[in-house]
Design a protein. Structure first.
Lengths: 508, 148
């Protein structure tokens, strides 16, 4: 019951006209970013962080803005899946399978509408799950000591590559690189200058916002330049909405299943939204079997993955808000915002910054409603924007990234740093070194070192303390599994995902 | 030989890891002595992790990615130069002029017709400048246009 009271307070925060305006802007911008191929939720949130920061928005408003962008991008991803047969972001991959065939059969408008409804259902289920689970987990997390936190951070890195990750060693390398970058600057506990080489700008360390914007936004531009996809692709016409009420009702069981499965995939470390949409699509196919025409434009083939990935989007916020340990790229970027607002993420946030946590949760609910309203009547606006070719859009996005970084510090030194990160990110991405562990390393590095230090001081320098509690041992075990499982199960799962996509008429 | 990309990266990271770890050993003992954890403890662990990772990369590299060659590579280099020049010119030339030039060049290189590219650049520069300076009161540099 306590929860309801907090949620009401949350609504009081989120429903102020000022915050509502930012939620609406975020939802709109997010949908737009999500539907542009190549720009996913992580990029969208990354580009807006410096702006939110430079504008000096109050913490709850900044978080509401970014959460709305996050949810909006999850909605937007489906638009290009359905119309162009290119997923706007990775989780929307499975939506191509039935969404594009539906569009080819002249039912593009129906596919867009039903997927908006499915996204809404998934988002709603996920947010309800978040409301129920988060306070419980936060209370549990209060029992964590430095030892458990250190093990938890290791777990977060180990599972970050995800069960479908290709080469776990590359995740380890990426994480180590990220944490290394975070050690640059003056050591907080001893005052020793580390890796500063006497450069004044490095004394305070490397600002992770620069790194994030460089790694996401600038490297994305370079990928587009390399692929020379400037002109964009031809898309299917949208046509008239013929969706009947009966059809919507018939998909309700699919929506529920997809949302719940997606939420679980989102909460669990190492799963994430892409796996969420994959699992719910596969389950739907198994449950309905021959009754469905999956892969040929079955409406439930659009509903299942969309409910799944939006459920997962809310689910992924659970570990981020309660433990301060994000399980996905976008939630890692959201964490960056929290840290730069000087808010210590983790279980204490639920008591110390209740207005932010519950404001964000209420904003998720409001955002979902706004997005449903935006996405049905205003779908033609997004569709029209989708036809703006990347050759105009990406340079503008890059410019916005420059402006954001510049307006934080008014120093061009930061801009050069951002370009260095962009080029470095491009090279590493070409070598299939994932970006997210680098970002997470940048963010969690200082916390990790702090907890290791505390643990060792408490135990008088005895390293065995790291394995001293059952909970810590459990966390280490899961971390170990997170590194080993992908090498065993990963190839099988990846093959299934690929063959599922090949079965769909992607080639034409 | 396949996997050259990963092998080179592995070698590079090995050098980074060793240098990083070595530097960490050079720091003076902090005042009052270190209790269990000094400033070098954590970096040393990281260096070891990265050494292991880089050796693994060199021994078991993945198949090579397709690296851009010829025209794509040239376009990439041009784009990177344009970005550096943008950072260089932002303050002296001012936001509107430099942005128009940069977006114009980038769009043009990505395949837009020359005139449309620069018109897009000018419009977005003016809009963003107006929005930031008057709407959000975050000042962007005026540069050469500062006299108006």
């Amino acid at each position: 019951m306590e929860t309801i009271g907090f949620l009401m307070d949350g609504f009081a925060v989120a429903l102020t006209p000022y915050n509502l305006m930012f939620a609406l802007f975020g939802a709109f911008a997010g949908s737009l970013i999500g539907c542009l191929p190549g720009l996913g939720p992580a990029n969208g949130v990354a580009i807006l962080i410096p702006l939110a920061f430079a504008l000096g928005l109050p913490p709850e408003t900044a978080m509401i803005l970014l959460t709305s962008v996050y949810v909006g991008a999850m909605y937007g991803g489906r638009i290009s899946s359905i119309l162009l047969n290119i997923p706007g972001d990775e989780p929307a991959m499975m939506t191509c399978l039935d969404g594009y065939p539906m569009a080819q059969q002249g039912r593009a408008a129906d596919a867009l509408a039903i997927s908006a409804i499915a996204s809404f259902a998934g988002g709603l289920i996920g947010t309800i799950g978040l409301i129920i689970l988060a306070p419980v987990l936060a209370r549990f997390a209060l029992t964590f000591g430095p030892v458990e936190y250190f093990a938890l951070f290791v777990l977060a890195f180990a599972t970050l590559g995800g069960i479908t990750g290709k080469n776990p060693m590359k995740t380890v390398i990426a994480a180590a690189l990220g944490i290394m970058i975070s050690t640059v600057g003056i050591d907080i506990s001893t005052g020793t200058q580390r890796y500063t080489a006497g450069v004044l700008e490095l004394y305070e360390g490397i600002d992770f916002i620069l790194a994030i914007v460089g790694l996401f936004a600038i490297s994305e531009l370079l990928f587009f330049v390399e692929a020379r996809m400037g002109k964009g692709r031809s898309k299917v016409k949208v046509g008239k909405l013929t969706l009947s009420f009966k059809e919507i009702v018939s998909t309700i069981p699919t929506q529920l299943r997809g949302g719940v499965l997606g939420f679980m995939a989102g909460v669990l470390p190492g799963a994430g939204a892409s796996l969420g949409s994959f699992i719910s699509y596969t389950l739907e196919k198994t449950v309905l079997g021959k009754k469905g025409r999956f892969g040929e434009g079955d409406i439930r083939g659009v509903v299942a993955p969309e409910a799944g990935n939006n459920g997962a989007a809310s689910g992924a916020l659970v570990p981020m808000l309660t433990l301060g340990v994000p399980g996905s790229g976008t939630t890692a970027v959201l964490l960056a915002m929290l840290i730069s607002l000087n808010i210590t993420p983790g279980p204490l946030m639920f008591t110390q910054n209740a207005e932010i946590v519950w404001g964000v949760i209420a904003a998720l609910l409001i955002g979902n409603v706004l997005l449903l309203i935006l996405n049905i009547p205003m779908i033609s606006v997004f569709v029209r924007l989708l036809s703006v070719p990347p050759m105009y859009l990406l340079p503008i996005v890059t410019m916005v990234a420059f402006v954001g970084i510049y307006s934080i510090s008014h120093s061009t030194f930061d801009l050069y740093f951002m370009i260095v990160f962009g080029v470095g990110g491009f090279i590493l991405r070409k070598l299939e070194i994932p970006m997210v562990p680098i970002i997470l390393g940048l963010l969690l590095g200082p916390e990790m070192e702090k907890n290791l230090g505390h643990a060792l001081i408490l135990s008088d320098g005895d390293w065995m303390t790291l394995w001293s509690s059952p909970l810590a041992i459990g966390l280490w075990l899961v971390a170990g599994l997170g590194l080993v499982l992908p090498t065993l199960v990963g190839p099988i799962l990846r093959r299934r995902m690929r063959s599922a996509i090949k079965e769909g008429p992607v080639s034409d | 030989m396949t996997g050259m990309g990963d092998r080179i990266l592995g070698l590079f990271l090995l050098v980074v890891a060793v240098a990083y770890g070595w530097v960490a050993q050079q720091w003076p003992e902090p005042f009052g002595g270190a209790e269990g954890v000094g400033p070098e403890t954590f970096p040393t662990i990281l260096a070891i992790v990265l050494v292991v990772g880089s050796l693994y990369l060199m021994i078991k590299p993945d198949a090579d990615a397709k690296w851009p060659v010829g025209k794509s590579a040239l376009e990439l280099v041009i784009s990177i130069i344009v970005l550096v020049v943008y950072a260089l010119l932002l303050e002296p030339l001012g936001f509107i002029i430099s942005t128009t030039l940069v977006i114009g060049v980038l769009s043009w290189r990505m395949g837009a017709p020359l005139k449309q590219a620069f018109v897009t650049g000018l419009i977005s520069a003016v809009v963003v400048f107006g929005l930031f300076n008057y709407g959000l009161s975050l000042s962007l540099p005026d540069g050469l246009l500062g006299g108006f």
